[in-house]
Design a protein around this ligand. Structure first.
Ligand SMILES: Cc1ncc(COP(=O)(O)O)c(C=O)c1O
Length: 442
């Protein structure tokens, strides 16, 4: 080793040690490696990436991205199924219906007859026209097609909205329990998720006073999901109006995640656009149309944000998948909509069964589940550690639930989410098994 190399290495080592000592200079995920020498500094996370001889760090934001605890359940489910156990999967946020046949047929035609290259970044014009028409038919709301940006799923619609509105250090208010990715997506634009606990004493309904108490001069946005994951609760038009007024007074962007629209049991849920044209609407083909794996959704942005959103879309994903967009054209045909609403009715029958059966075995549902396919269930009489509760329940009964810890809120350790994504016969079997399990843990 020449003296120059040796000097360089000692400087690097000294630097690494200094960073390791002070901590503050060091990213949470850092590692150093030299030829024949490994020094690793790792605060909490175990991400390592370093070519030999180079000191590499990961962005600090990576430490803020939380994992899904449900993955632990998924691993356990896989192991059990491979060992031949009969597992009832009530933990996945995915309907047990696939895309209707007409959508599949349209995809096959598109493969044969249409080029599968990039399309316009904001989406296929015919698809945007059909989406706009759905707002007119379902809600009586005109939506100019320019405001519709087709995205690779609701997830990218959320990302696009955040990129367009949030600066580093801005606060976004997130009522919880809620969809876990929201806080992580906020962290990815260096915004600060401000979690606002919903009140179990109030059936987990939104309280504007609690939102107001969380507002600071850094607050920029509020995100509301209706129907909610994991609660299934739905905002009424009055609720949306109150939220729109609050957002406007506080100068907050109002994000309305409406990806479970269509799957509501007391008629169509109102869209936030009925209350204010300034709302940003996040939407998806994943749930109502059973197209989770097709990665297709849309964002409706306010008039003033169209140009910015177009430029972000061009750079973020260029184009949503061509075949998914062509296939989705069939989603708006009357027979396909009727098929999707019939599935909604099937979900309602499952929910109704569970709303009677669960209290009978000692499980209380914590919110009013008028949509989606989730129940948020109180397990506090049986456990103060919902993750262990779910693991034991799965091991002993083969019923797979999601621990509340994934969704935040005031009682993450004493709640679980049950997704009624299996038919009523299987739900009855699950309830029978749960009843035996609850007796054993009482
Ligand atoms: C509330 C909520 N928003 C957004 C998403 C993202 O869905 P997708 O990207 O499949 O449209 C999900 C997925 O489960 C969700 O539950």
């Amino acid at each position: 080793m020449g003296w120059l190399t040796a000097c360089a290495i000692s400087v690097l080592i000294a630097k690494a040690m200094k960073y390791a000592d002070t901590g503050s200079m060091m990213s949470t995920n850092s590692a150093i490696q030299f030829t024949g020498l490994n020094a690793q500094v790792n605060h909490g996370c175990s991400y390592l990436y370093r070519p030999i001889g180079v000191f590499m760090t990961l962005a600090e934001r990576t430490a803020d991205i939380t994992p899904f605890y449900v993955i632990q359940v998924l691993k356990q489910v896989d192991t059990m199924e491979r060992a031949g156990h009969d597992v009832i999967r009530l933990f996945v946020g995915e309907p047990d219906f696939s895309a209707p046949k007409a959508i599949l047929d349209r995809a096959k035609i598109a493969l044969d007859e249409q080029p599968q290259g990039y399309l316009s970044s904001t989406g296929l014009p015919e698809l945007k026209a059909k989406i706009a028409d759905r707002y007119q038919r379902w809600h009586g709301v005109p939506v100019p097609t320019e405001r519709i940006i087709v995205t690779p799923g609701g997830s990218t619609a959320l990302q696009l909205a955040f990129l367009a509105t949030l600066n580093a250090g801005d606060d976004i208010l997130l009522p919880e329990p809620g969809y876990p990715c929201n806080a992580n997506l906020a962290a990815m634009v260096n915004a600060r998720p401000v979690r606002v606990n919903l009140d179990p004493q109030q059936q987990m309904t939104l309280d504007i006073t609690a939102l107001k108490a969380a507002v600071t001069e850094r607050s920029r946005a509020l995100l509301i999901a209706s129907p909610s994951n994991p609660l299934g609760s739905v905002q009424s038009l009055d609720d949306w109006q109150a939220l729109a007024d609050f957002s406007s007074t506080q100068q907050l962007h109002l994000f309305a995640d409406e990806i479970y629209h269509g799957l509501t049991f007391e008629g169509l849920a109102p869209t936030a656009l009925q209350a204010t044209q300034d709302a940003w609407v996040i939407q998806s083909f994943s749930k109502f149309y059973g197209m989770t794996g097709w990665r297709l959704g849309w964002l409706i942005c306010p008039e003033y944000a169209i140009d910015a959103c177009e430029r972000i879309a061009q750079n973020l994903y260029l184009s949503s998948t061509a075949i998914s967009q062509y296939a989705a054209l069939a989603a708006f045909e009357p027979e396909v909509e009727a098929e999707c609403f019939a599935r909604r009715d099937e979900l309602k029958a499952r929910r109704d069964y569970l709303l009677t059966a669960l209290p009978e075995i000692g499980l209380q549902v914590m919110a009013s589940p008028d949509g989606a396919f989730y129940l948020y269930v109180d397990v506090s009489p049986y456990s103060q550690d919902a993750l262990t509760f779910c693991e034991q329940c799965l091991a002993q009964t083969g019923v797979a639930l999601t621990p509340g810890i994934d969704f935040g809120g005031p009682c993450p350790n004493t709640s679980v989410r049950l997704a009624y994504t299996v038919e009523v016969g299987r739900l009855k079997e699950a309830v029978g098994r749960l009843a035996v399990f609850l007796q054993s843990v009482q």
